[in-house]
Write a protein that binds this ligand. Structure first.
Ligand code: PLP
Length: 392
C-alpha cells in the first residue's frame, strides 16, 4: 500500500536554507526563511519569554492533560489585544480555544467552516502557500481573486467583485495585517468598506491575524479585524503568537469564533473541540503558558511590548532604506516603505532570482518573496546594487 504514494516535492524554502547553509561566501544574505532577524542576523528568544519560562519551570504545578481547548487563561489573556479592549467578548458572543500555532488555527477555522456547510473559500492571491494547501487538503474549492494591483496597492475592486459573486456556502479568507507574501495591507478606509460589504454578504469571514504588532502597532494592526467583527453577524479569527512572541517552534496560536448570539457560542466551540480532539487531541502547552504568564504580569507585558516595538522599528528602518532606493533597474523598491511586516514580493523572474543567488549570494524564494528582516543596515547597499545588476 505505502508504495503507491508518489514522491512529494521538498518544501522549497527548506531546500533554500540548505543551499544557503552550504554557501561559503561570508557576505551571503538569506531573505528566504520567514523568521524575524535582528540587525546582527539573529532570531533570539524574547527576554520576556525567557523570564516567563523560568517562572514556568519554578511554579508550574503539573503537566497533566488540559483538554482540546488548551490553556483558556492564554486564550482569554489575548482577547483584549485582538478585539475591542473594553468588551473583548462582545457581550458573550466571542470565545476561543488554543491551537497548535496559527497554522492549526487556520486549519481548524476552515474545518469548522466546512462542518457548517462551507464548500468554497474566496481568497486573494498570492497568499501564504499553506492557505491553498489547507483548502485543498480539506477538499474545499478555492476561488481566487487578485490581492494587489501592479503598482503595489491592495486591489479592493477585485475583492468587491469576488464578494459580489459570493453565495451561501462561501467563506472569505483575509489577512488581518502584514500580508504574506506581499506586505500590502488594506488601508483603514478600505477595511471600513470591506466591513460594510461583509455585513451584507453571504460569505463567512475568516480572518488570519499572524503578525499583530509587526506592522504599525498592536492596536493599529487589529483595525481590520475589529472593524469586520463589529459589522458582521459571525466570523472566525485565526491567531498566531509565533511571530509577535518569537515562539515559532513552540507552536502557539488560537482560534476565536464570533456567533450571532451568545446562546450558540458554546455549541459552535464544542464543534471546534471535537475537530481538535480528532486531529491533535490538545495543543502543546509550553509556549502558550509562557505567553499567559507574560500577559498576566504588568512588568513582563511591558518588556514584551518593548521587544516587539524594537522588532517593528527595525523592520520599518529596513523598509525605509529600501524605499529610499526607489527605482532600481526595472524594480521599484519605493512601495516597500509603505508596505507592512516582514515580507515583500519583488517583480523578478526565475533567471534573475537564480543570478542573485549564484553571482551575489542572495537567497530568496522562487516567487520573488523577500524577508526584509533578513537585511541589515550593513548589507542593504549590497542587496540594492545586486538587484540593480540583475534587473537592469
Ligand atoms: N498565517 C499566515 C499568513 C502566515 O504567514 C503564517 C506563518 O507563516 C501562519 C498563518 C501560521 O503561523 P504559525 O503556524 O507559524 O503560527
Amino acid at each position: 500500500m505505502l508504495d503507491r504514494l508518489d514522491q512529494q516535492p521538498p518544501d522549497a524554502l527548506l531546500a533554500l536554507i540548505k543551499l544557503h547553509d552550504a554557501d561559503p561566501r561570508p557576505d551571503k544574505i538569506d531573505l528566504g526563511v520567514g523568521v524575524y532577524r535582528t540587525g546582527q542576523g539573529e532570531t533570539p528568544v524574547f527576554g520576556a519569554i525567557k523570564a516567563a519560562e523560568r517562572k514556568l519551570v519554578d511554579e508550574q504545578p503539573s503537566k497533566s492533560y488540559l483538554g482540546p481547548e488548551g490553556d483558556m487563561g492564554f486564550v482569554h489573556a489575548l482577547m483584549p489585544y485582538i478585539f475591542d479592549g473594553t468588551d473583548p467578548s462582545l457581550g458573550g458572543r466571542i470565545e476561543g480555544m488554543q491551537t497548535p500555532g496559527g497554522t492549526g488555527a487556520v486549519r481548524l477555522a476552515l474545518a469548522l467552516a466546512k462542518a457548517c456547510g462551507v464548500t468554497r473559500i474566496l481568497m486573494g492571491v498570492p497568499s501564504w502557500p499553506n492557505h491553498a494547501q489547507i483548502v485543498k487538503d480539506l477538499g474545499l474549492e478555492l476561488v481566487t481573486f487578485a490581492h494587489s494591483t501592479a503598482d503595489g496597492a491592495a486591489d479592493l475592486d477585485a475583492l468587491k467583485a469576488a464578494l459580489a459573486d459570493a453565495r451561501e456556502g462561501d467563506a472569505v479568507l483575509l489577512h488581518g495585517c502584514c500580508h504574506n507574501p506581499t506586505g500590502i495591507d488594506y488601508t483603514p478606509g478600505q477595511w471600513d468598506e470591506i466591513a460594510t460589504l461583509l455585513a451584507d454578504s453571504p460569505a463567512l469571514p475568516v480572518l488570519d491575524l499572524a503578525y499583530q504588532g509587526l506592522g504599525h502597532g498592536m492596536d493599529e494592526d487589529a483595525y481590520g479585524v475589529r472593524r469586520v467583527i463589529s459589522a458582521v453577524p459571525e466570523a472566525l479569527v485565526a491567531y498566531s503568537c509565533d511571530k509577535n512572541f518569537g515562539l515559532y517552534r513552540d507552536r502557539v496560536g488560537a482560534l476565536y469564533a464570533m456567533t450571532q448570539d451568545a446562546e450558540s457560542l458554546n455549541r459552535v466551540l464544542s464543534n471546534g473541540h471535537a475537530l481538535a480532539r480528532a486531529a491533535w487531541s490538545m495543543p502543546p502547552d509550553h509556549g502558550a503558558a509562557a505567553v499567559r504568564l507574560i500577559l498576566e504580569d504588568e512588568t513582563l507585558t511591558a518588556q514584551w511590548q518593548d521587544e516587539l516595538d524594537q522588532m517593528r522599528t527595525r523592520i520599518r528602518q529596513v523598509r525605509d532604506r529600501l524605499g529610499a532606493a526607489g527605482k532600481v533597474g526595472s524594480v521599484d523598491l519605493g512601495p516597500l516603505a509603505q508596505q507592512n511586516g516582514m515580507f515583500a514580493v519583488l517583480p523578478l523572474d526565475k533567471d534573475q532570482i537564480a543570478e542573485l543567488r549564484s553571482e551575489h549570494g542572495i537567497y530568496m524564494a522562487g516567487s520573488g518573496r523577500i524577508n526584509v528582516a533578513g537585511l541589515t543596515m550593513d548589507n542593504i547597499d549590497k542587496f540594492v546594487s545586486a538587484v540593480r545588476a540583475v534587473a537592469s
